[in-house]
Design a binder for this molecule. Structure first.
Ligand SMILES: C[S@@+](CC[C@H](N)C(=O)[O-])C[C@H]1O[C@@H](n2cnc3c(N)ncnc32)[C@H](O)[C@@H]1O
Length: 227
């Protein structure tokens, strides 16, 4: 495993896939810390269903960012955070320390996760499958590292129906939105991606975020897939 572990220590680095977008990365680290409470409020119903009762065990979060989902983990848990964006790491480490959660950062893209087959109880993510370069490959990796019966839990904004005003807007803003939010595509069919990954069972629910001001990405889904 090529990460860093123990308490909330930092990454040893995998220069090939870790990235640092400078100012834009700093903005995103600030944004997802500053708005974490607001986003968690808007996504409260989704996260409660998807992340509630995770319990203990070996837990991996893909694109953990600055730790928006730590409140869904029990103190004393050890989290493997697959997070290639170096700008997220300092805040993630600080918030893990404050929450009493042990942390190993795997500073690579989740297209290749440096953990053995069938070694993990839970893989979770929020607002990540919109951003990763190869969502099908990332979900396949999540499935690969899960033990039989382990769960992949996700909360994601997804494509609005084609032909709807929001769907058209999502397509129109793709480029500037992707630039500001480091590759985020507001118009992805993430449920189809999870359904196509070969899990034994998938429970997925489309549900808008509650009163969110981020109108273009209000169409959302949560789900639990079982390996
Ligand atoms: C929109 S942010 C969401 C952060 C956090 N999950 C949250 O809900 O606040 C997307 C996150 O995915 C990470 N990310 C981008 N590409 C990735 C990849 N290939 N594999 C894993 N994470 C990635 C980004 O660095 C960022 O932390």
């Amino acid at each position: 495993m090529n990460g860093s572990s123990g308490g909330c220590s930092g990454p040893t680095g995998n220069a090939q896939t870790a990235f640092d977008h400078g100012l834009v990365g700093r903005f995103n680290a600030w944004f997802f810390t500053f708005f974490a409470g607001y986003i968690n409020h808007a996504a409260h119903a989704h996260k409660t269903e998807a992340f509630g009762g995770i319990g203990t065990g070996t837990i991996v979060e893909i694109g953990a960012g600055t730790g928006a989902n730590l409140s869904y983990l029990e103190p004393g848990t050890h989290l493997y955070a697959v997070e290639p964006n170096r700008r997220m790491h300092p805040r993630l480490k600080r918030r893990c320390r404050q929450a009493g959660i042990g942390l190993t950062i795997l500073p690579t893209g989740a297209e290749h996760i440096d953990l053995p087959d069938g070694s993990v109880d839970v893989v979770m993510c929020s607002l990540v499958l919109c951003t990763v370069g190869m969502p099908s490959q990332v979900v396949a990796e999540a499935r690969r590292i899960l033990r039989a019966g382990g769960t992949f839990r996700f909360v994601e904004h997804i494509a609005a129906p084609d032909g709807s005003v929001r769907g058209r807007a999502q397509r129109m803003i793709r480029r500037p939105w992707g630039f500001v939010f480091e590759g985020c595509d507001p118009h992805r069919d993430t449920i189809a991606t999870v359904n196509g990954a070969g899990f034994a069972a998938v429970q997925a629910h489309r549900q808008r975020f509650h009163h969110s001001v981020f109108w273009p990405v209000n169409t959302a889904a949560w789900g639990i897939a079982v390996r």
